[in-house]
Write a protein that binds this ligand. Structure first.
Ligand code: ATP
Ligand code: MG
Length: 300
């Protein structure tokens, strides 16, 4: 999924069609939020961060500017949701922040490691050791049991033989509530149970940050709620960091903070979200986005 090409180009400025005013405002907004949150240690305590992130897919007439100068930090030990309309760049932001894809310009960091400065081997190791993923499709290996699926990343990395890892995995199995299903295969589980296995697998290697792209998108609301509570518990009880893309205000309400994207830009952030507050904000974007790009704060 990762290519050797696509390292940040020599042109860090936003291209045609981008107002520098917007870019400046977004950068400032991100700094202010960070400053308020963690004073001057902001950059150190972000588990992941992108700065002036631009991602262009394709070239010429067919080029798509999926990220248009986004600066945002995902603080360690917190649960952040990314929201925005379809096509606004949520998955692109997540993939670039997680090192699954490369930025056209700007920087992406996991902790203090700048992803664009790593060669393919180091990037693969960093992803393996410090990042976990949960996708909308559960991506479990059908021939392996639940227990084998959970420990697969560690087995592949030849990690996890020590006692601390065994204790961590054991605790994780209780957190996800799968102890009585450990020897079943994915086909014998419900969708919600399969996604709980995928969540356990994402956290198995004790990663610094877990990225989840619409992890409840294929689940009924009850199973979705289970998975969301699980992600919240991993953050609050196991001191993990989670970044989750979602379309669902109810899902976003499980997060500590929501960042809103529109047209490849960061247009707002919200702390301590509730489903109603998130819904109101999304509606405000709908009604103001045509008249005022960015659509920020206009009362409806
Ligand atoms: N591999 C690709 N090649 C070309 N264009 C792409 C590629 N991936 C995404 N895009 C485009 O980039 C823009 C942002 O896509 P992205 O998948 O990040 O949106 P999203 O916010 O995750 O949308 P959704 O909510 O529908 O998942 C879209 O216009 C999309 O068509
Ligand atoms: Mg997406």
């Amino acid at each position: 999924m990762t290519t050797a090409t696509g390292h940040p180009g020599p042109e860090p400025n936003p291209g045609p069609g981008t107002t520098t005013l917007d870019a400046a405002r977004v950068t400032d907004a991100a700094r202010v939020t960070d400053a308020a949150r963690v004073t001057d240690a902001a950059r150190v305590t972000d588990a992941a961060r992108v700065t002036d992130a631009v991602k262009v897919y394709g070239s010429g007439d067919t080029a798509v500017r999926a990220l248009d100068g986004v600066s945002v930090g995902f603080p360690a030990g917190r649960f952040t949701a990314i929201m925005g309309p379809s096509g606004s760049g949520k998955s692109t932001l997540m993939h670039c922040a997680a090192g699954l894809d490369t930025l056209t310009s700007g920087t992406a960091r996991i902790g203090s490691a700048e992803l664009g400065a790593l060669d393919d081997r180091r990037l693969t190791l960093l992803r393996r050791d410090r990042v976990g993923f949960v996708f909308q499709a559960f991506n479990l290996v059908p021939t392996l049991t639940v227990a084998e699926n959970i420990t697969l990343p560690m087995d592949l990395a030849r990690k996890g033989g020590d006692r601390a890892s065994a204790e961590w995995t054991d605790a994780l199995i209780d957190v996800v509530g799968l102890r009585d299903r450990l020897h079943h295969r994915p086909a014998e589980l419900s969708g919600g149970q399969q996604q709980r296995v995928a969540v356990a697998r994402a956290f198995a290697g004790r990663p610094d940050v877990v990225f989840a792209d619409e992890p409840t998108g294929n689940l009924d609301s009850r199973s979705g709620e289970d998975v969301l509570r699980l992600l919240g518990r991993a953050v609050r009880q196991m001191d993990r960091t989670v970044v989750m893309v979602t379309h669902d205000p109810v899902a976003a309400a499980h997060a500590d903070e929501v960042v809103f994207l529109a047209d490849g830009r960061l247009v707002d952030t919200m702390t301590d979200p509730t489903a109603d507050k998130v819904l109101d904000r999304l509606k405000a974007f709908d009604t103001t986005s045509a008249a005022a790009p960015g659509g920020k704060g206009a009362p409806s």
